[in-house]
Design a protein around this ligand. Structure first.
Ligand code: HEM
Length: 446
């Protein structure tokens, strides 16, 4: 079979990085897809980059032929903080870890974790009442809230000082890793440099905290119902093996890093969208009043919060927290007849797929009807993929949906959120799709 060349974006040279792509990795794929096609490529330094929104090609890369692709090189930097956790590991090691960790997120465990989420949400609502009437940065508020839920569900951590210190270390580490990922000149970590020293000292402190929690848990007979206990007890079903302290440390930090910012970003966009769409909000008020009548949702209430779920899904369609998925071809490949050279980078734009007019009747409007049962049935499954697809799909997707449903149903019943007219709200694609200047809104207790 002859292998065609994918349509090329204008003939860039390796020494002239394509600024359009770097400057706007959200809208570049969205617009160029319509102009050039749903698979196209360009050169970036010495690598070929494929921009992909074609669902058949996405299925090939993430599902059917996933073994021929690894995570893109950017993930290498993450290992400095997260070690060999689920997000950063590959191959046989990743498969084994996934086999052990997947059952940790089963329904009976999620139910136990839900009780911890409720307590943390209650605590947050009490503190937010004191700020009633103020204009707050909701993006920052949600980040603090989801971080405290993550730490509570991971370690049952209730001490605000410990929570704050862990949160500080992880946020600073993430920021520094992002800097290293996006700067072409990376100084080796072994070199003496104040920033390196700072990072190493913080990670040592984090390790000390996490290892002492693991050791204390292993020594005691009492296993509280949290993720740390679940990870300590988890076994590989094939071999019966359990994880070492080091593996548990890597997975704990990975779950924290992968889990809290994504949910915070999704919650911030959801509250902002709702505040600007009174008709959608009125229907939410009606559902919450009818099902919950002013109470925080119990586990049994969740299946009846249909519109609440649709609102969250629609918000993640327009502003997917993970706006793109990156992979690197291990060897040569052929996708939909197009030749893929070895080591090519595949940039799968979730943002552009989610705004494709073929799958959504009015792609740029906020309309949770896009997720009514009948509408969902008319689309291919991959037309909506905020949690990715294939064997590396988000392991925390049910955890995240649970958390966000609880947060939205509770916050929306107890507070009113008003947009502040002169504040610009602009999506900023970094690791996740954060709002560039935050989201400032007036919060009023109801
Ligand atoms: C709205 C919230 C979330 C979104 C949008 C999201 C999105 C994603 C996506 C798109 C991937 C796949 C990345 C890839 O294929 O390269 C992923 C992987 C992952 N997510 Fe999430 N995530 C969310 C919440 C969570 C939570 C709450 C946790 C943990 C409690 C979590 C843990 C993970 C882990 C460990 C992986 C790596 C899985 C693997 O490679 O086996 N995520 N997530």
């Amino acid at each position: 079979m002859t292998r065609k060349q994918a349509p090329r974006w204008h003939d860039t040279r390796w020494y002239r990085p394509p600024r359009e792509f770097l400057d706007d990795p959200l809208n570049f794929p969205l617009h160029k897809t319509q102009e050039i096609g749903e698979i196209f490529s360009f050169d970036f330094y010495l690598r070929r980059i494929f921009v992909i929104t074609d669902l058949e090609a996405i299925r090939h890369i993430l599902q059917a032929n996933h073994r021929s692709y690894r995570k893109s090189p950017a993930y290498g930097q993450l290992k400095l903080a997260l070690g060999e956790g689920l997000v950063t590991s590959e191959g046989v090691y990743w498969r084994r870890q996934r086999r052990i960790i997947q059952p940790v997120f089963r329904k009976s465990h999620l139910r136990a974790l839900y009780a911890l989420m409720q307590q943390e949400t209650q605590r947050y609502c009490t503190s937010l009442r004191y700020k009633s009437g103020q204009v707050l940065d909701l993006a920052q508020e949600m980040m603090g809230l989801t971080a405290s839920i993550a730490l509570r569900t991971l370690f049952s951590a209730q001490n605000p000082a410990d929570q704050a210190e862990m949160y500080r270390i992880m946020s600073e580490a993430q920021e520094w890793i992002m800097y290293r990922t996006t700067h072409p000149l990376i100084i080796p970590l072994a070199w003496l440099w104040p920033r390196h020293w700072h990072f190493r000292r913080d990670m040592q402190q984090m390790d000390q905290m996490v290892y002492s929690l693991i050791k204390a848990r292993r020594r005691s007979d009492h296993y509280p119902n949290d993720l740390l206990s679940m990870l300590l007890q988890a076994r590989d079903e094939a071999t019966g093996a359990q994880m070492s302290d080091r593996q548990i440390r890597d997975e704990v930090l990975t779950l924290f890093a992968a889990g809290h910012e994504t949910s915070a970003v999704a919650m911030s966009w959801t509250l902002w969208l709702l505040a600007r769409h009174p008709q959608v909000a009125a229907r939410l008020d009606e559902e919450l009043g009818r099902v919950l009548n002013g109470n925080m949702p119990k586990w049994e209430d969740l299946p009846r919060l249909q519109w609440t779920r649709q609102v969250i899904e629609e918000s993640m369609r327009l502003y997917p927290p993970a706006y793109a998925i990156g992979r690197q071809a291990v060897g040569e490949d052929c996708i939909c007849g197009f030749h893929v050279p070895r080591k090519s980078i595949m940039f799968i734009s979730i943002y552009a797929v989610h705004r494709h007019p073929r799958y959504y009747s009015h792609p740029s409007c906020f309309d949770p009807e896009h997720f009514a049962e009948a509408a969902v049935k008319t689309r291919p499954r991959l037309a909506y993929m905020p949690f990715g697809a294939g064997p590396r799909m988000c392991v925390g997707n049910h955890f995240a949906m649970l958390e966000m449903t609880l947060l939205l149903a509770t916050l929306w019943q107890y507070f009113r959120f008003e947009v502040v007219s002169d504040h610009p709200v602009v999506p900023h694609p970094l690791v996740t799709l954060k709002p560039k200047y935050g989201i400032r809104m007036r919060v009023q207790a109801r």
